[in-house]
Write a protein that binds this ligand. Structure first.
Ligand SMILES: Cc1cc2nc3c(=O)[nH]c(=O)nc-3n(C[C@H](O)[C@H](O)[C@H](O)COP(=O)(O)OP(=O)(O)OC[C@H]3O[C@@H](n4cnc5c(N)ncnc54)[C@H](O)[C@@H]3O)c2cc1C
Length: 354
């Protein structure tokens, strides 16, 4: 929508969209020590807020961008329990936010948490550019960020033939199209098989010489059997473009360096995801990729006694982790919301032991 006399609004990030809808973020003003501070308002953080606030905990949510997290960017979530026709991620998130608000949750959006100062015998302190929050317990629900291709001509076409993640809903738009999928993992294999139901051709680009090291054998079998899918090994994207929409890609042979141009109507980038964990202090133990360790996944030398920490507890007392940021999590909306709900009894147990 444009207003006469004003240039059209061009959003460069989710944060821009949130600011255009709700205005610039207000300062974080929280008096005293709250029972529960949740960092991240994706499905996991929203569920923790609903269950925490509904059970009488003073609850604050700090969100860097917009409510909904990754799920909020999905136009249709089809596997969430109770929605047989699917529900848009943004709608699900808005409903959850309203539910949490009704129970008294305070939301602060547009401020990313820059640091966590852990104080096991007092209140933990979360700092943002707009103020800080003191909390007896902290739930880390900061999820993951998809790895970017880093080629700006292609980044400019995201949403216009170029998609990050499996983008199941975009598959139907690929009827009769020539599609390229980048990635060698299971998610790339599943996306290629799904896209081949609609597209005329699907090419999977991988840097390695074969898929065997990175993809499950059952998917490799299905891909070999599918006449519409081709695997192009030792290849990577060098460039791409089109007039307002993706039309062509330059593909580099990683063994010879030769670049070949081809037509493409769709590009699906499944490059893996990085945990949003830069703000966490070293005392919150993580795995080698940066995902937060909880429960039995914590090495025994960091357990407080003979028994492992509770299943969503981290190496710091009173700090918990839920959803995609947690090591070995399922990376689904239902799992994230389930963990968000399950963490609340642990918070109660920590606040009122015995
Ligand atoms: C396009 C797409 C489609 C998907 N479709 C489905 C589907 O159909 N079904 C399904 O089950 N799953 C789907 N998923 C996966 C699902 O969305 C995720 O598993 C789920 O959103 C994880 O929830 P989360 O709350 O753990 O993390 P996220 O959703 O990643 O939310 C984390 C939140 O934390 C915020 N944050 C990060 N760092 C900070 C910080 N320092 N300070 C404050 N806030 C911070 C982020 O801005 C974000 O809002 C999809 C994912 C994508 C990307």
């Amino acid at each position: 929508m444009t207003t006469p006399g004003r240039p059209p609004f061009v959003a460069t990030s989710v944060r821009d969209v949130a600011i255009s809808l709700y205005g610039a973020p207000g300062d974080v003003r929280v008096e005293g020590v709250v029972d529960l501070a949740i960092v991240g308002a994706g499905p996991a953080g929203l569920a923790a807020a609903v269950y925490g606030a509904s059970e009488g905990l003073t609850t604050v949510v700090l969100e860097a961008e917009a409510i909904g997290g990754q799920a909020g960017t999905s136009s249709m979530i089809r596997n969430y329990l109770g929605f047989p026709r699917g529900i848009s991620g943004m709608r699900l998130a808005q409903r959850a936010r309203n539910q949490a608000l009704r129970f008294g949750t305070q939301f602060y959006t547009g401020w990313d948490v820059a640091s966590l100062e852990t104080r096991p015998d007092g209140a933990h302190v979360l700092s943002t550019g707009g103020g800080s929050v003191q909390a007896s317990t902290v739930v880390v629900a900061t999820g993951v960020a998809y790895r970017k291709l880093g080629i700006h001509t292609i980044e400019d076409l995201v949403g216009f033939g170029v998609y990050y993640g499996s983008a199941m809903s975009a598959a139907r738009e690929m009827e009769g199209a020539d599609v390229v999928v980048v990635g060698g993992g299971n998610s790339a294999g599943q996306a290629a098989i799904h896209l081949a139901r609609f597209a005329a051709s699907v090419t999977i680009l991988v840097r390695r010489p074969a898929l065997a090291e990175t993809m499950s054998q059952y998917l490799i079998g299905e891909i070999e059997y599918n006449a519409r899918i081709t695997v192009q090994p030792c290849s990577e994207i060098a460039d791409g473009g089109g007039d307002g929409r993706l039309e062509w890609l330059d593909i580099r042979d990683t063994t010879t360096g030769a670049v070949t141009r081809r037509g493409a109507d769709g590009l699906f980038l499944l490059l893996g995801a990085e945990p949003n964990c830069d703000w966490l202090p070293p005392e919150v133990a993580r795995d080698r990729r940066g995902f937060v360790l909880t429960g039995r996944d914590i090495p025994t030398e960091r357990w407080a006694g003979e028994l492992p920490p509770a299943n969503l507890a981290t190496t710091v007392n009173g700090v918990f982790a839920v959803g995609d940021i947690r090591a070995n999590s399922m990376k689904r909306v239902a799992a994230a919301t389930g963990e968000g709900a399950s963490v609340v009894p642990l918070v109660h147990a920590y606040l009122a032991p015995g």
